[in-house]
Design a protein around this ligand. Structure first.
Ligand code: NI
Length: 268
């Protein structure tokens, strides 16, 4: 019994072979997939996904990079209100707020990329805090995205909330901060990359009951599929790494990580 706690199956890249993707997921042992919204539109699209073979749940949220479109406090406020309305209509299927967070990444080449302006950072902060407040109001966990913003992400507003730092790529020290906050660590297919010993170290050190499995598909394919579209079936590779590193059987690692997701997201 496997779960992909972070997928974006509403992407066009899944349009042509959606049923085949779901069949492969089911054949790989998946029982549940959580589709993650990244703005108002994709939060709606995620809710429309259905399949009799696998349980689909959803999150609603606005990715920090969407501050490109939301450039005023009014527009942020307006969107948060609409997210809340979505929740009122689809309570039960919506099990988290996110993905939200901070993303200061501006390019792989520091020579040519200019750092994010203070105004842009301020807007991301406002968008993130408004979603933290929404999560508190609706009593839902948060799905947090953080890239190149570790110094700013641990906001005092997070106190009293719970959730996951998805597709975690921070250092072991940051992982400890995540755990101290009571949050979960979302593990995606980069745990299979040979160079990522630091991620396998985190799997070794963290309490097993704080680890979640995800793909973030169509992004971040496992080592065996580098350069290709990722899909939920590959969450099995994440479970395999957890099993290896923690010296468990595949079934034990699957069962334990599934239970973790059940506990955080109240999925069945
Ligand atoms: Ni994602």
């Amino acid at each position: 019994m496997l779960i992909d706690t972070h997928a974006h199956l509403y992407y066009d890249s899944f349009k042509d072979d959606f049923d085949a993707v779901i069949k492969r997921a089911k054949d790989a042992g998946l029982k549940t997939i959580i589709n993650i919204g990244t703005d108002l539109e994709t939060s709606k699209k995620a809710l429309e996904l259905e399949n009799p073979e696998i349980s689909f749940y959803s999150s609603i949220g606005i990715h920090p990079e969407d501050t490109i479109n939301l450039t005023t406090s009014e527009s942020i406020h307006e969107h948060i209100k609409k997210l809340e309305q979505l929740y009122q209509i689809h309570t039960g299927k919506i099990i988290a707020i996110g993905e939200c967070g901070l993303d200061y990444f501006t390019g792989r080449d520091p020579e040519v990329s200019t750092p994010l302006s203070p105004e842009a950072k301020k807007l991301q902060h406002e968008l993130f805090v408004s979603q933290i407040e929404l999560a508190k109001k609706l009593n839902l966990p948060l799905i947090i995205h953080c890239r190149d913003a570790w110094d700013d992400i641990f906001l005092p507003e997070l106190e009293g909330t719970t959730g996951v730092f998805h597709s975690f790529t921070g250092s072991p020290e940051i992982a400890q901060k995540v755990l101290d906050l009571g949050y979960y660590i979302g593990l995606s297919c980069p745990v299979t990359y040979p160079k990522n010993d630091y991620l396998r170290q985190i799997i070794t050190d963290a309490p097993l009951e704080k680890l979640l499995t995800e793909t973030d598909c169509p992004f971040l394919p496992p080592q065996t599929m580098r350069g290709h579209r990722n899909e939920p079936a590959n969450v099995a590779e994440v479970v395999r790494v957890i099993a290896e590193v923690r010296n468990l059987s595949f079934e034990e690692a699957a069962e334990k990580t599934y239970k973790n997701a059940q506990k955080l997201f109240s999925v069945v």
